[in-house]
Design a protein around this ligand. Structure first.
Ligand SMILES: NC(=O)c1ccc[n+]([C@@H]2O[C@H](COP(=O)([O-])OP(=O)(O)OC[C@H]3O[C@@H](n4cnc5c(N)ncnc54)[C@H](OP(=O)(O)O)[C@@H]3O)[C@@H](O)[C@H]2O)c1
Length: 251
């Protein structure tokens, strides 16, 4: 019988490419995002493999209802991939607290609500697999990403913390930390993006990493390694290096 994956953020970008990759591999895919039309178009071209379940992940009751609707229509979810997320830059003039609220609601609480939906059934049956899409921007505070990096490092900590209990319950938990991937999210960036890869390449790394049940799935590996080494530097070296690398200038 085909295995069932639930993917949030499936209307565009990494989530979309990952949904198509799993469908190609013969999985049944429950695809969620707010854009019902994009999901319906993807489902229509999938020969019945992809099913649209429109959802705003900031709505906790709707997230629980969507999860219930998926299990009722398609059966037990084997794998859940939480890719819904967004980015808003933060600057000092003006300093907009709104960006923090929005990113905490979508990137952090959106994942928390989805976990709240899938965990009861997975803990009951002592099995299942969950992947949280964070970012290498969660390794440390990146320039202009005070809100984004804060939510993404929160997701990494959340995943590390939950892994101890997930292991006890036989639930495979992963955190996915992409570097730069060409998607509608990064198309807005006006700076050079080192080691940029396609969403299709990202999806392939995700599918392979989850098949191997790796805890951290990060790509491109060389970029992630450089950032992990930078993270270890004393602040006296860290700040000038990151400022130079990202071309921060005086206001
Ligand atoms: N691209 C990169 O370089 C990169 C790097 C590191 C990490 N990431 C992470 O990868 C994930 C996917 O990003 P992407 O690059 O593929 O961006 P994207 O193309 O903008 O996709 C974001 C997805 O999230 C959905 N979404 C946004 N807000 C939502 C909400 N409130 N409820 C439900 N779905 C929502 C969007 O669909 P709707 O608008 O239809 O709701 C869309 O499907 C994000 O978590 C992002 O932070 C991306």
């Amino acid at each position: 019988m085909a295995r069932l994956v639930w993917i949030t953020g499936a209307s565009t970008g990494i989530g979309h490419a990952t949904a198509l990759a799993y469908a190609r591999d013969g999985w049944t895919v429950a695809a969620s995002a707010r854009d019902a039309t994009a999901l319906a178009t993807m489902a229509a071209g999938s020969a019945g493999r992809i099913h649209a379940f429109p959802l705003d992940v900031t709505d906790e009751p709707a997230t629980l209802a969507t999860h219930a609707a998926i299990e009722q229509a398609l059966g037990q979810i084997d794998l859940a991939i939480f890719s819904a997320g967004t980015h808003l830059p933060v600057r000092l003039e003006p300093f907009e607290t709104r960006a923090f609220r929005k990113l905490v609601e979508v990137n952090l609480m959106g994942v928390v609500y989805c976990l709240g939906a899938v965990l009861p059934a997975m803990t009951r049956r002592r099995g299942g697999q969950i992947a949280i899409v964070s970012s290498v921007a969660g390794y440390f505070g990146m320039p202009t990403a005070a809100a984004y990096s804060a939510t993404k490092s929160a997701l990494i900590s959340l995943a590390q913390s939950l892994k101890f209990d997930c292991d006890r319950y036989g639930i495979a938990l992963s955190v996915i930390n992409p570097g730069f991937v060409r998607t509608p999210l990064t198309d807005k960036n006006e700076f050079p993006m080192p080691f940029l890869i396609s969403a299709e390449e990202a999806a392939k790394r995700i599918v392979d990493g989850l098949a191997a049940k790796r805890f951290e799935i990060t790509f491109p590996r060389r970029f992630a390694l450089i950032l992990k080494l930078i993270r270890l530097l004393p602040y006296g070296l860290f700040f000038p290096l990151v400022a130079r690398g990202t071309r921060i200038e005086k206001p």
